[in-house]
Design a binder for this molecule. Structure first.
Ligand code: NAD
Length: 279
């Protein structure tokens, strides 16, 4: 039996993808790769100007991209986005739940509202986007692919001051597994990409602004880089390539998986990393 060719497997021609948080950072990089693979991409963000600029850049590369506003924590806004995508493309085939927020506060000083807001955007927002999109996928029974952008914080806490964030990313892991099991009968695959630290626009703004309560963010980020076996921070395109794999037929039998894109930081020895001598 002839196997499908690689370019056919990775092609998203004729498919529609929504990427949340796509004005910048990982979301912009993911939109670019999905657009290159042939998808119509809804570049969705609560930063509408940023989404417009991001979509403009994609159209400049010859890809089909539409900017749309969304606040994933707001159900009406989520439904309006999915309505618009369906109206434009017929159906939504791929959802990348990338929008998320992060900050640094020691647990003892964590403002309760910030904890709640972080869970609201990162977890409830992802739940709402997923429920809106998969409800329609189930109705027409043509399947689909959901990719949740979690983090290495879905497994361990990556740094100080992240109790709200680490909690939210652990929760995304649980959501990914539950959705994968419940939606498999409808041919909807649900997977997570778990990136390591990347100097995205959001991360740069965080480090530049500095954290309260004396957390040394520059030292924290330098430390992550030093401890990463592959010797560098994550690049947004590293994440985009992983998302393209999971979104496409390259991953046709993959659901409930966590694809870690962290340069090896999670698998190093528990006590101190001894750099390889190259042998
Ligand atoms: N940068 C990292 O080191 C890193 C590492 C692992 C995981 N992540 C995760 O990757 C995702 C993207 O991170 P990034 O660093 O590119 O972030 P970023 O701050 O650069 O970009 C995030 C985008 O999401 C949008 N957004 C935030 N809240 C929203 C909401 N309620 N509705 C719609 N849009 C919203 C923002 O406007 C922004 O454009 C997040 O889920 C983050 O937790 C980031």
């Amino acid at each position: 039996m002839a196997l499908p060719g690689i370019s056919e497997l990775v092609s998203l021609e004729g498919e529609c993808a929504i990427v949340t948080g796509a004005a910048q950072g990982f979301g912009a990089a993911i939109s670019r790769r999905l657009g290159e693979a042939g998808a119509t991409v809804f570049v969705a963000d609560r930063n509408v100007d940023g989404a417009e600029q991001s979509a403009d850049r994609l159209r400049g590369l010859g890809y089909d991209a539409i900017a749309h506003s969304v606040d994933i924590a707001d159900r009406d806004s989520v439904e309006a986005l999915v309505d618009a995508a369906e109206e434009r493309a017929g159906r939504v085939d791929i959802l990348v739940n990338n929008a998320g927020i992060y900050s640094n506060y020691y647990f003892a000083q964590m403002p309760p509202q910030l904890f709640a807001d972080t869970v609201s955007v990162n977890v409830v927002g992802t739940f709402q986007m997923s429920q809106a999109v998969t409800g329609r996928m189930m109705a027409d029974d043509q399947g689909g692919s959901i990719v949740n952008i979690a983090s290495v914080d879905a497994f361990n806490t990556s740094a100080e001051g992240l109790s709200h964030y680490t909690t939210s990313k652990h929760a995304l892991g649980g959501l990914t597994k539950s959705m994968a099991i419940e939606l498999a009968a409808h041919s909807i695959r649900v997977n997570a990409v778990c990136p390591g630290a990347a100097m995205t626009e959001g991360a740069i703004a965080l480090v530049t602004a500095g954290a309260p309560e004396g957390i040394d963010l520059e030292a924290q980020w330098d430390g992550i880089k030093d401890r990463t076996p592959l010797g560098r921070l994550c690049d947004p395109d590293d994440v985009a390539r992983a998302v393209l794999f999971l979104a496409s037929d390259m991953a046709a039998f993959v659901t409930g998986a966590f694809l870690v894109v962290d340069g090896g930081i999670l698998v190093q020895p528990l006590e101190g990393y001894v750099p390889s001598s190259g042998h």
